[in-house]
Design a protein around this ligand. Structure first.
Ligand code: BES
Ligand code: ZN
Length: 640
């Protein structure tokens, strides 16, 4: 009998004998009750069973003894000192009668702690852990239901990006935003920084009078005269989804439940670019059930934002680099929207199960894109994803090539590779192909519904999958290899894109004849065809050929960030240096890590290039969020 089968049977017996419907609270204790010793299985299997008998490795809190259920923030965002100052009140549930509650903090100053209605509490800061921060231990008794912590952030905060006016579109007002995923929320709020808990929250946020605050919660649509904004998030969320942005913001609706926040000078172009958002939500609902978060709005941030998008519930945070003018990069919005189901509604129960968030989301994203823009379009997205996956497989260590990760003692963001996204996607696509789209859709619809507002481990998902799809059909899909082994199993689905086949044929002609006029129909190419073309330029392409291409298609000047970034990367590889001015301008302005890392990596491949990279980075560093500059520091071996 295969290892996978043994695990599934053992787990099925255990889980389904405990409870049919596993609520969030119960799921914690069910997992803890899984005693590996009691399972009469061989050593090899026990190793894998230990994978599920896990507590979240990325918290120092005692969330499994005393759980925070709700938090209320009462804070002021102070641009003069670049700090957040105020208090957080946790409503707690003491599950074990513990005499203390532990919160995660990182680089925070705690001044006072109070219990219930103002009684001052004993507290102490524990030992500092470089990765996880400093535990805050508060003495409580059996009557404690509320713990209020007075605190302020410091300049070492990892979550916050404070921008001076020149770093914004309007150039007149400062801006601040937070990034919580994966373990950064503890650096702006003392809380139990685990993904295993879900909390509701409310907040009162004071900001300078001419600015507006928005959160991953109910949001204002106008500035108010006092500069005080109140928020409520009634649906329970994991704390990495707590988010705040403050700036000179304006709102415009797209349809009745979607809209855009951004700086006034960007509003019109963002409204145009994101015009399909309403349709996306409707199509997503048709696929996998009702949208559970009331509104779906997007805030388009200044260019330092380190990600393409971040699925903060009700208010996705997005990079301005998707505003291409032709709506060609909006699959990113479909992706963040899809997280409203996979990730925000059904959440990975630790960062080791990150693929459950991202792989499902890429799958769902492509289904939304297919529903709106058709199969040919989506085949291009999937094939670009496949190429990303192959590239990642070439460089990632075997440990990082598994869907199920082991990230103990590592930063969870290290697990954020194309393995989770694209290997995860292809695994789900394989399931779809094997059981048929209708059956797979029905399965996913039920999966989201039966696990909503809960967290889930890979193993629990596999039990569910096995019961609902695999056993009834008696099929063998090598699931164990997909989930627990490095590499890409042989039964990985093949993607064919007829649009890309046409690009490939052109490419052959171009290299055979060295004649640019042999590239035909390029006026009909979309962003994705260009991306495919540029990324597949041969390593031996000459500088003359690069010049020919640039003269004809003006890639160096492209206003499309994806095209510019891949063109710069190829140019660096090939030694085409007419990009230098534009490359530097790009690196100075844009803080999106996905673009920065390949560009700095390409530069650092030669000693002169590395010198250039370090010089640019030194200058550009204030324009990057911690997430990005920390990665580039590591890449270049510097510490700016
Ligand atoms: N949730 C992620 C961003 C993230 C992952 C932040 C891990 C921190 C740790 C978000 O949904 C995402 O995947 N963004 C992608 C875009 C997407 C279209 C692949 C990005 O930012 O590039
Ligand atoms: Zn994502």
């Amino acid at each position: 009998m295969k290892l996978y089968t043994i695990i599934i049977i053992a787990l099925s017996l255990l889980l389904f004998s405990c409870s049919d419907v596993v609520s969030t609270d119960e799921s914690i204790s069910v997992e803890q009750n899984l005693n590996t010793d009691s399972l009469a299985i061989e050593n090899k299997e026990i190793q894998n069973m230990e994978l599920i008998d896990e507590r979240d490795d990325h918290t120092l809190s005692n969330y499994d003894e005393v759980s925070s259920r709700h938090l209320h923030l009462d804070i002021e965002v102070k641009f003069d000192t670049k700090t957040i100052v105020g208090s957080v009140t946790h409503t707690i549930e003491n599950l074990t009668g513990s005499d203390h509650v532990i919160f995660d903090t990182k680089a925070l100053n705690i001044s006072k702690v109070e219990l219930n209605d103002g009684k001052e509490a004993q507290f102490k800061m524990g030992e500092v852990d470089e990765l996880l921060g400093t535990p805050l231990v508060v003495s409580i008794d059996e009557n404690t239901t509320k713990v209020t912590i007075y605190y302020e952030t410091t300049e070492k905060t990892e979550a916050l990006d404070w921008l001076i006016p020149s770093q914004t579109a309007g150039k007149e007002q400062p801006f601040m935003y937070t990034q919580g995923q994966s373990i950064f929320t503890r650096s702006w709020i003392p809380l139990q920084g685990t993904v295993a808990l879900r909390i509701t929250y409310s907040a009162k946020v004071k900001v300078p009078k001419n600015l507006m605050a928005v959160m991953s919660a109910s949001n204002p649509v106008h500035k108010n005269d006092e500069g005080i904004y109140e928020f409520n998030m009634p649906q329970p969320i994991p704390c990495y989804l707590l988010a705040l942005a403050v700036g000179d913001l304006e709102f415009a609706p797209i349809d009745q439940r979607t809209g855009v926040y951004t700086e006034p000078s960007m509003l019109a172009s963002c409204v145009y670019e994101l015009g399909d958002m309403g349709t996306m939500v409707n199509e997503a609902e048709k696929l996998y059930g009702a949208y559970q978060w009331e509104r779906f709005d997007v805030i388009v941030l200044p260019p330092s934002f380190p990600f393409g998008g971040m699925e903060n519930p009700r208010l996705t945070f997005a990079t301005p680099t998707i505003i291409a003018g032709d709506r060609s990069l909006v699959s990113l919005i479909a992706h963040e929207l899809a997280h409203s189901w996979s990730g925000n509604l059904v959440t990975n129960s630790s960062w080791n199960d990150f693929w459950l968030n991202e792989g499902f989301t890429v799958y769902f994203e492509r289904r939304i894109m297919e529903a709106i823009y058709g199969k040919d379009y989506t085949d291009m997205l999937a094939l670009l994803g496949y190429q990303d996956l192959l590239e990642t497989l070439e460089t990632a260590t075997p440990d990082m090539q598994r869907l199920k990760l082991q990230l103990k003692s590592q930063h969870p963001d290290d697990g954020m590779t194309d393995i989770a996204y694209e290997k995860g996607y292809f695994f789900l696509r394989l399931l779809e192909e094997q059981v048929g789209r209708d059956n797979f859709d029905a399965f996913l619809m039920e999966y989201f519904d039966s696990h909503k507002f809960q967290t889930i481990t890979t193993e629990k998902f596999l039990v569910y999958l096995n019961e609902k799809l695999i056993v009834p059909r008696n099929i063998d899909l090598n699931i164990e290899e997909w989930v627990y082994e490095p590499g890409l199993p042989e039964n990985c689905p093949k993607v064919v894109s007829k649009n890309f086949n046409a690009v490939d044929a052109n490419m052959v002609q171009f290299y055979e004849t060295n004649d640019i006029s042999k590239l035909i129909d390029t006026d009909k190419w979309s962003t994705h065809e260009w991306l495919h073309f540029i990324r597949n330029l041969k390593a031996e392409t000459t500088v003359e050929q690069m010049t020919m291409l640039d003269d004809a298609f003006h890639f160096t000047q492209s206003g499309n960030s994806e095209i510019a970034a891949i063109w710069f990367q190829r140019s660096i590889n090939i030694g085409y240096d007419k990009i230098d001015k534009e490359l530097k301008a790009f690196l100075m302005k844009i803080g999106r890590r996905k673009f920065l890392m390949p560009l700095y990596t390409a530069l650092a491949a030669t000693p002169e290039g590395k010198e250039k990279a370090i010089a640019i980075f030194k200058e550009a560093r204030p324009n990057y969020h911690y997430v990005s500059y920390n990665s580039i520091n590591q890449l270049l071996g510097v510490n700016f």
